[in-house]
Design a protein around this ligand. Structure first.
Ligand code: C2E
Ligand code: MG
Ligand code: MG
Ligand code: MG
Length: 279
């Protein structure tokens, strides 16, 4: 109606829709070259113990450094790459980069901690998924237990039965297996007992303004308690404030990943933090 008042001709696409399509086409046209040119890289966000004194692990998070534009975050390109399949190669690239860094640390006799990578749902339907990840891990001679694969809750829920075998396979192959974003969707606590996960990552939605304190505190505490009883490590994601931290210290939560301790940082910076720790 606004457009009509101004006398514009009605068209099939509104300006924001057209911009989004152009953006999409641009990202899609340049993605292959970008991978070859080294425009993709990853940051690592540390996972600390609840007191914030020890770095117990890290999560690799992909970024795209675009010429003339700067750094673009995954929320802008991952949904697109999941549609066009490019995420398969990008995930493998990130995993390979993580393994290369771990190898360099091991060669130098420096401390290492488990590093997790996010695995897109697209991999799980591929018969060669696990063998590809195993090959990359073995090519770099990474010992068992240092690489962790994160599967988001929504993937897990889609196919609970199939997920059991997938997770078992991952663990037999020497990977740690994490359920990411737990609590962001429709899953019930009940599913946890049927999944052979090593790590449960509680979604930061649990901590959103107005959620804590009160009933949500009870929910978080219950999830953590249950996960611990099932012998899973627990990670609270997206912890931003000292108040949230103070609450988590009253729970059995093993690790905290959030801006309160550190943003995602370049791998060199992450390993510098780890070395400071070891001193
Ligand atoms: P995720 O796996 O749940 O990763 C955690 C996200 O929360 C990261 O966003 C991280 O920067 C952000 N975060 C951490 N602490 C805080 C905090 O205290 N406050 C707030 N507001 N945010 C916090 P990022 O890096 O933008 O990644 C977004 C999502 O993109 C990831 O969510 C993951 O689902 C996906 N992603 C990232 N890298 C990859 C990748 O290499 N492959 C795949 N398939 N997905 C990836
Ligand atoms: Mg994740
Ligand atoms: Mg997450
Ligand atoms: Mg999340």
């Amino acid at each position: 109606t606004e457009a009509r008042k101004q006398g514009a001709t009605p068209c099939a696409y509104s300006k924001p829709m057209r911009d989004a399509l152009l953006r999409r086409a641009d990202l899609e046209r340049t993605m292959e070259g970008a991978l070859e040119q080294g425009e993709f890289f990853h940051l690592v966000q540390p996972k600390y113990d609840v007191t914030g004194t020890r770095v117990l692990g890290g999560e690799a998070l992909v970024r795209w450094s675009r010429p003339d534009e700067g750094i673009v975050g995954p929320d802008e390109f991952i949904p697109l790459f999941e549609q066009n399949g490019f995420i398969l190669r990008l995930d493998e690239f990130v995993f390979e980069s993580v393994c290369r860094n771990l190898r360099a640390r091991l060669d130098a006799g420096l401390p290492v901690v488990p590093i997790s990578v996010n695995v897109s749902r697209l991999h799980l339907h591929r018969p060669d998924f696990l063998s590809t990840y195993v090959r990359i891990k073995d090519e770099h001679g990474i010992p068992d237990g240092l690489c962790e694969l994160e599967l988001t809750e929504s993937i897990v829920i889609e196919d609970l039965h199939g997920m059991f075998d997938i997770m078992e396979g991952m663990r037999r192959a020497g990977f740690r297996c994490a359920i990411d974003d737990f609590g962001s969707g429709q899953s019930s606590l009940n599913v946890l007992k049927d999944l052979p996960a090593d790590v449960l990552k509680l979604d930061r939605d649990f901590l959103l303004e107005g959620s804590l304190p009160g009933t949500e505190e009870t929910v978080v505490r219950t999830v953590i308690t249950m996960a611990k009883e099932l012998r899973m490590d627990t990670v609270m994601e997206g912890v931003e404030t000292p108040k949230q931290l103070a609450f988590l210290r009253t729970t059995a939560c093993d690790m905290v990943q959030g801006f309160v301790f550190s943003r995602p940082v370049p791998p060199e910076e992450f390993y510098r933090l780890l070395d400071e720790n070891a001193e």
